[in-house]
Design a protein around this ligand. Structure first.
Ligand code: 3PG
Length: 213
């Protein structure tokens, strides 16, 4: 399942990073993404509503590639596996979390920003890494430099943090980048306002732009 999910995720160039305060908004939000052509979501474990939001999407929309983001504690990792998420991500690389997901045959994408962290991820068997915080950690130029030694190994990156509609093509034009992540696709405020139409529009714009890469 882990490998199958990696192959699916490698086909998706954009991952929306979601911070949700009301689990009742989760399914309409995911439907707004689907209406724009996006069948992948990262619900961050940053709010009390996140576990129920994940469970609601899992139940109502099984076609969604359901990711849990900001998985930084053991309890959150257990919740993700109990909920049956499709994949998990974190801002950092915690070997315990990586191994726990692997033991449960579930894809995990740890965050890295240095050569040593990339090598740690590789030695743990990770084939996809999150470059975080992408903009502040040196931006496109930093990842281009990292791609020289690590690109030939086949590892792929998902830069997140400071990525937006205006700069996403700079990232996606790098062969080492398979996807970008961003919160602008569905902001906390837009979700709270139930502004589903705007979210669908933003998703369409992002996917149209990604197709230019
Ligand atoms: C993340 O959670 O991965 C990032 O904080 C998202 O960063 P952004 O808000 O700059 O898109």
């Amino acid at each position: 399942m882990e490998k199958k999910m990696l192959n699916e995720l490698l086909k998706r160039p954009v991952i929306p990073v979601i911070v949700i305060d009301d689990a009742n908004d989760a399914v309409p939000l995911a439907e707004a993404l689907l209406a724009g052509g996006m069948d992948v979501i990262e619900v961050t474990c940053r709010t009390a509503a996140a576990p129920q939001a994940l469970a609601n999407i899992k139940k109502a929309l099984p076609e969604m590639l359901l990711g849990a983001g900001t998985v930084v504690t053991e309890d959150q990792a257990k919740m993700c596996i109990d909920t049956g998420v499709s994949f998990g991500l974190a801002p950092g690389l915690n070997p315990d979390t990586v191994k726990f997901f692997q033991a449960n045959d579930t894809l995990f994408i740890p965050g890295v920003m240095t050569p040593s962290e990339i090598e740690q991820g590789l030695s743990l068997g990770c084939k996809m890494l999150k470059f975080f915080p992408a903009g502040a950690a040196g931006g496109v130029n930093m990842l281009k430099n990292l791609a020289a030694p690590y690109g030939p190994l086949g590892v792929k990156f998902c830069p997140t943090g400071g990525v937006n509609l205006d700069n996403m093509l700079e990232w996606l034009s790098m062969p080492i980048v398979s996807a970008i992540g961003g919160s602008w696709l569905a902001t906390k405020q837009q979700i709270a306002d139930k502004d589903w139409g705007t979210i669908t529009q933003q998703v369409k714009e992002a996917l149209a732009k990604a197709s230019e890469a």
